[in-house]
Design a binder for this molecule. Structure first.
Ligand SMILES: *[C@@H]1O[C@H](CO)[C@@H](O)[C@H](O)[C@H]1NC(C)=O
Ligand SMILES: *[C@@H]1O[C@H](CO)[C@@H](O)[C@H](O)[C@H]1NC(C)=O
Ligand SMILES: *[C@@H]1O[C@H](CO)[C@@H](O)[C@H](O)[C@H]1NC(C)=O
Ligand SMILES: *[C@@H]1O[C@H](CO)[C@@H](O)[C@H](O)[C@H]1NC(C)=O
Ligand SMILES: *[C@@H]1O[C@H](CO)[C@@H](O)[C@H](O)[C@H]1NC(C)=O
Length: 332
């Protein structure tokens, strides 16, 4: 009898810590196990064992108070991960998610899952370095709490939806390194000020940069390697506080002579465009300029002497129409 009781107690002691320490919400656990199944039990999710507390599993985090899953971050550092297939619809059934990330998963395919719109608490959505394809969906504008939207390095195509400007809390928008086409939406001028950092480089965006972008003031704007035409001076201006602007390798053609520059600029890259006129003397007042490149344009006249302009290499100025003066050869 004593032995049986002892055995009972021992079993109780062995099992109970587990039973009592299960913090994970059973609904969340069920959803996570469904996600694992939909991905065909990939090695990456091997720790998702139904007999253990899901708050302890890899790739997830629980809120310390509610114990609901608030973060799902599936990323691989090894290239041969066998996690494959589309984003499972069941990700939309983790209603407390604030962070959702799929990163470096080359076999993640298919479109961006519409059930994501159910995740109304989402602040951080990242799907990057995957083979997710199809459009950048309009429905992402429903995620009104989003602060970071990163869809870079995928196989996304089609236009940029103008509805994204309705995201009032957005701090950073990354759509770079996809196959996006068409113009930058005019609506991007109505982002809540100052406007998110914009990373749209390495796509096939075309047409003029909308004049409405004069109304926003992002810290960082990256538009390089597209087919954008015409003016880009609305991205500059004395009153802005932009620090990094890269519009290199486009088809931009405008007169640089009268452009005013934010004194906050740290890096300005205009290389490989059709920009004409002179380099304005105002640039000598940009005290913290560390990166500067106007090579491969149609600029002319003397490089203003002063400020940081003579600290840059010849390669920052080469291949223009008739630029001259230090660091290039003297003007005739
Ligand atoms: C992925 O790898 C794990 C462990 O190597 C294996 O158990 C699982 O069946 C594999 N899944 C697929 C879809 O190949
Ligand atoms: C997409 O898949 C191709 C091969 O199917 C692969 O070479 C490429 O690296 C993948 N892209 C990403 C970003 O993982
Ligand atoms: C990229 O998407 C296109 C369809 O938009 C598809 O034909 C192609 O196979 C995809 N590439 C990869 C590597 O998945
Ligand atoms: C810059 O700001 C000043 C004062 O805040 C204002 O008077 C001026 O019109 C602004 N200039 C531009 C180009 O917006
Ligand atoms: C400027 O851009 C050109 C063209 O891409 C490049 O060859 C050169 O190295 C760049 N110079 C600097 C200083 O970044």
């Amino acid at each position: 009898m004593g032995a049986i009781l002892g055995l009972y107690l021992l079993t109780f002691l062995l099992v109970s810590p587990l039973a009592f320490s299960e913090r994970c919400n059973p609904k969340d656990k069920k959803v996570l196990l469904q996600i694992k199944k939909d991905f065909n039990n990939p090695y990456l999710l091997a720790s998702w064992n139904p007999d253990t507390d899901c708050c302890q599993w890899y790739c997830v985090k629980c809120d310390p108070k509610t114990h609901r899953i608030n973060s799902l971050v599936i990323l691989s550092s090894v290239p041969d991960t066998n996690l494959s297939g589309p984003i499972p619809p069941s990700v939309g059934d983790l209603p407390y998610l604030e962070t959702l990330e799929f990163h470096k998963l080359p076999k993640l395919t298919g479109p961006i899952q519409p059930t994501i719109t159910k995740l109304t608490k989402l602040k951080w959505l990242e799907i990057s370095w995957t083979n997710v394809s199809g459009p950048v969906p309009d429905f992402l504008a429903q995620l009104q709490n989003l602060q970071f939207l990163d869809l870079s390095f995928n196989n996304l195509s089609g236009p940029i939806p103008s509805s994204l400007s309705q995201l009032p809390n957005l701090l950073s928008l990354r759509l770079d390194r996809n196959r996006l086409m068409g113009p930058i939406p005019h609506s991007f001028g109505s982002f809540k000020k100052p406007g998110p950092d914009l990373y749209l480089s390495h796509n096939q965006l075309s047409g003029p940069i909308p004049a409405s972008l004069a109304n926003i003031n992002p810290t960082r704007i990256e538009l390089s390697r597209n087919k954008l035409e015409g003016d880009a001076s609305m991205l500059l201006g004395r009153n802005k506080t932009t620090q990094i602007l890269d519009v290199s390798r486009n088809l931009l053609a405008f007169d640089l002579s009268k452009v005013e520059f934010p004194t906050s600029l740290i890096s300005l890259d205009l290389n490989h465009n059709r920009i004409f006129g002179r380099i304005p003397a105002g640039l000598t007042a940009v005290d913290f300029l560390q990166g500067f490149n106007v090579s491969f344009n149609r600029l002319c006249g003397e490089i203003p002497q002063g400020g940081r302009l003579q600290t840059f290499d010849v390669s920052s100025y080469i291949h223009n129409k008739c630029l001259c003066g230090t660091p290039l050869p003297p003007c005739k």
